[in-house]
Design a protein around this ligand. Structure first.
Ligand SMILES: Oc1cc(O)c2c(c1)O[C@H](c1ccc(O)c(O)c1)[C@@H](O)[C@H]2O
Ligand code: AKG
Length: 359
């Protein structure tokens, strides 16, 4: 059966969300983001790094930027980049195109429906209940391969609005350049050749997937999650949003809400970089909240190695004092293992809950 679209549910005017969207108590957001005091006034914040001088002729400026990027990657696994070189105009056009697609009636979007159960994730979709609890997320999404260019299947890209393909392609090219810069910075910080991580992650065959997350208004945001807590299976993830708060990072035992900074590009360290660096860089646990008043949209670009790339800690970061913390696995094995483990843990939690309720 095709999953219900969250947008249709939200538009039906229901006052209470269906049980499958109600998170267990321990997962529920403790406060509703839009009601929170000014987030910038409180506690630790996701590091903000101004990379304007990344290509500067001044070695000291470059060194300082690289130091900050590496520090954020070690301590948080996430950062907000300012002056990253992607023009505001391109970002605005990308966001306008994604929004124009989601502004189409649901029946039009259904023409692009994916078939996740059959392993076809590209297209318009909503989370499948892949576990005994049937737990769902308060979001619909659009997913397609963005890179490498020759592997794109253009039948899976939206045909409306007309400029979608041109602007999304242009954005992908800009992100691809940033991938090289960030992996180079992180490789240097580990004391390996600058090209090393990019090469292990597939070089020209490194893949990028675009996921546009569409989070409709939710009548009970304190009970739901837009995206449940997870670390990304990718090497790096680049994220833009429509300036509606919702992204939270788990840091020192607390959920920290990301500040909405105009034009900032959020960069997550994913599992593959954590593994390559033998845990020196952190794949940060994060989640997405929803709210009553505003639709939230985010654009995630996941940068992945090819499915058959074998990823384990690099030999230079392993020695007697630093034994390997992760077994080497192909990217496909990592993905399958993680999804299976998650489904299993959720099924076990649900079974335990049922036993508790019946006693
Ligand atoms: O190639 C990737 C890398 C990632 O890090 C992720 C991904 C794909 O897709 C995840 C995803 C997509 C669609 C769904 O319905 C999901 O439940 C998950 C994404 O969350 C991310 O981890
Ligand atoms: O919407 C967000 O801010 C987070 C999205 C996310 O984590 C994901 O799509 O995996």
């Amino acid at each position: 059966m095709a999953p219900a679209r969250v947008e249709s549910l939200a538009m039906s005017g229901l006052a209470a969300i269906p049980a499958e969207y109600v998170r267990p108590l321990e997962e529920r957001p403790t406060e509703c983001v839009l009601k929170v005091k000014r987030v910038e006034d409180e506690g630790p914040q996701i590091p903000v790094v101004d990379v304007a001088g990344w290509d500067s002729a001044d070695e000291e400026i470059k060194k300082e930027i690289r130091r900050q990027v590496a520090k954020a990657s070690r301590e948080w696994g996430v950062m907000q980049l300012l002056n990253h070189g992607i023009s505001e105009t391109l970002i605005e056009r990308l966001q306008a195109a994604g929004k124009a697609f989601f502004d189409l009636p649901v029946e039009e979007k259904e023409k692009y429906a994916n078939d996740h159960a059959a392993g076809k994730i590209a297209g318009y979709g909503s989370k499948l209940a892949n576990n005994a609890s049937g737990q769902l997320e308060w979001e619909d999404y659009y997913f397609h391969l963005l890179w490498p260019e020759q592997r794109r299947d253009m039948t899976t890209w939206p045909k409306h609005p007309q400029e979608y393909i041109e602007v999304t392609d242009a954005y992908g090219r800009e992100i691809r350049k940033l991938v090289t810069k960030i992996l180079g910075t992180l490789s240097s910080d580990l004391g390996v050749e600058e090209e090393r991580m990019e090469r292990v992650l597939g070089g020209e065959n490194l893949e990028m997937q675009l996921k546009i997350n569409y989070y409709p208004r939710c009548p009970q945001p304190e009970l739901a999650l837009g995206v449940e807590a997870h670390t990304d299976i990718s090497a790096l993830t680049f994220l833009l949003h429509n300036m509606v708060p919702g992204l939270q990072l788990f840091y020192e035992g607390k959920w920290v809400t990301a500040k909405c900074i105009p034009s900032a590009l959020i960069v997550h360290i994913g599992d593959q970089v954590e593994i390559l660096s033998n845990g020196k860089f952190t794949s940060g646990l994060h989640r997405g909240l929803v709210n009553k008043e505003k639709v939230r949209i985010s654009w995630a670009v996941f940068c992945d190695p090819p499915k058959d790339a074998l990823i384990g800690p690099m030999k230079e970061v392993v020695d007697e004092k630093n034994p390997p913390l992760f077994p080497a696995k192909t990217f496909k094995e990592h993905t399958d293992h993680k999804l299976f483990k998650k489904a299993q843990a959720q099924a076990e939690a649900q079974a335990a809950k049922k036993v508790e309720e019946s006693t």
